[in-house]
Design a protein around this ligand. Sequence first.
Ligand code: TYD
Length: 203
Amino acid sequence: MKKGLFITFEGADGCGKTTQLKLAAEYLQKKGEIVLVTREPGAKGLGEKLRDILLNYDGVVSDRCEAFLFLADRAQHIDTIVTPAVESGKIVLCDRHIDSTVAYQGYGRGQDIEQINKLNMLATGNKKPDLTIVFDVDVETSMARVGAEKDRMESAGREFFNRVRFGYLEIAKQESERVRVLDATKSIEDVQKDVIKLIDSLF
Ligand code: TYD
């Protein structure tokens, strides 16, 4: 059986990646591919419970605990959902993955980047996506898109999101083969065209 693909969508909150992920799924389904849409944190099952803690718990969450909770969610997700789907030939489109932890907990919260890279590899069993698309927008635009109702992560402030954005651009510089950056301030239609070009290049 032909192996599938694992493609991740990344960027700061409000960058528009979730909309683009849905459009990419429709595009691939029309081409006859079997697509699985999933996300981190919070895929089906245990992931939903971890997501609730990560986004809604209103007590103190230490920075290291936060990193480990995202990593725990990732390990469960890769083992029980992503790997079986890729091995059965599906195209897995995932909203956030390893690079979110580097950008948010590493660059955003100031946790050691090298350690996070190692822990990410422990969580995934040393696997990386076939392609990662980073949707890049300035912080003003992304915060305006998020609006007034913010979850625990979105409430972290402008300086935090500047660091997250810088983090994503650094990751893309270091892994330019896997990680591709798109200008997400363009119209939905124009960004979609750019996404399709990148995805088509994998076939
Ligand atoms: P979500 O509502 O899924 O946001 P978005 O639609 O922007 O993806 O919330 C996920 C939040 O968790 C988001 O603020 C990014 C954050 N996050 C991390 O900080 N580290 C991680 O490893 C992951 C996967 C997400």
